[in-house]
Design a protein around this ligand. Structure first.
Ligand code: ADE
Ligand code: ZN
Length: 338
């Protein structure tokens, strides 16, 4: 058992599903509240952590949007992103493709450029000082209107050099991908890569819609795809990657216990599943914890873990040279560790 744990800790990893606002640790939440003179409805870090007990996605989202209220200045976004990058660099994460939720900030009067500036400055430093490379994806909040998403897309257009892709997150059920078909069509025409949360709580039909109507390049979560054999077969045939988030699934009751997590089944079917942390400050762990929790619960082998790590590299939005660098590192590790 220890063997697989150490193997995972030393493994060179890639993260493809991380909401930067979901990496806001309670300690930083308090520090930023103090710095910005904002009242938060908690007296201590322990009290904050005790509130992180969720029955479903919406329970979490209510707390998540409340938490991000302490983010006001470019420095706040820098500190948030830098804290995440430092943490994952110490876990041998080599490349990250992270989300941010601009509407969660512009709706509070924080400028799009304030959030973007702080995040991208930290990502640049992550590359030069920590050797962690990155891509940035902007998510639309699906509980808001198509019009609001279109406005947000307009705000992103001058920043195509910093924002590689667009995604879709927030309350899934009742807000199907089809609601944003025109927004994604415009984003695609503007050259953005496309991802969407689908099949986390929503039915397989939402995954079909994300593929057919949004024409996404990668599926975020996608767990419920397994309920539909035709859909699973299509995902395999297209080599479509799923960004799976084990501890998130457990905390949000998408799975009842980790031993019932569908990750092994996905691998057995030939689905390009990957392991990611989603909102690590809220769900109890970063990349190593996610890999370790799911690998130990499902009895994954080192080969399974290597398959997951390889899937992540192939599913990145890096060019061939970028992928090759990661591949070479991983294969050197695999040789040494076997
Ligand atoms: N926003 C942040 N985390 C999310 C998740 N797991 N699902 C949907 N929206 C999110
Ligand atoms: Zn997510």
């Amino acid at each position: 058992m220890t063997d697989i744990v150490q193997f995972i800790k030393d493994l060179p990893k890639v993260e493809l599903h991380l909401h930067i606002e979901g990496s806001l640790e309670p300690e930083l939440m308090f520090a930023l509240a103090q710095r910005n003179k904002i009242d938060i409805p908690f007296k201590s870090v322990e009290e904050v952590r005790a509130a992180y007990d969720f029955g479903n996605l919406q329970d979490f989202l209510d707390i998540y949007y409340q938490g991000m209220n302490v983010l006001r200045t470019e420095q706040d976004f820098y500190d948030l992103t830098w804290a995440y990058l430092s943490r994952v660099a110490a876990e041998n994460v080599q490349h990250v493709e992270i989300f941010f939720d601009p509407q969660g900030h512009t709706s509070r009067g924080v400028a799009f450029e304030t959030a973007l500036g702080g995040i991208t400055h930290a990502l640049d430093d992550g590359k030069s000082k920590l050797n962690v490379t990155s891509k940035l994806i902007m998510c639309f909040l699906r509980h808001l209107s198509e019009e609001d998403a279109l406005k947000t897309l307009e705000q992103a257009l001058p920043h195509k050099d910093k924002i590689l892709g667009v995604g879709l997150d927030s309350s899934e059920v009742g807000h199907p991908p089809s609601k944003f078909a025109r927004v994604f069509e415009k984003a695609r025409a503007e050259g953005f890569l496309l991802v969407a949360h689908a099949g986390e709580e929503g039915p397989p039909e939402y995954v079909w819609e994300a593929l057919d109507q949004l024409k996404i390049n990668r599926i975020d979560h996608g767990n419920r795809s397994l309920e539909d054999t035709n859909l699973s077969a299509r995902i395999v045939a297209e080599g479509m990657a799923l960004t799976v988030c084990p501890l998130s699934n457990l905390k949000l009751c998408v799975v009842k216990d980790m031993q019932k997590h569908p990750l092994k089944k996905m691998l057995d079917l030939g689905i390009k599943a990957t392991v990611n942390s989603d909102d690590p400050a809220y769900f109890g762990g970063y990349m190593n914890d996610n890999y370790i929790a799911v690998a130990t619960a499902l009895g994954l082998s080192k080969d399974d873990v290597l398959t997951l790590a390889r899937n992540s590299i192939e599913a990145t939005f890096l060019d061939d040279a970028g992928k090759k660098r990661l591949r070479d590192n991983l294969e050197a590790y695999a040789l040494k560790a076997s």
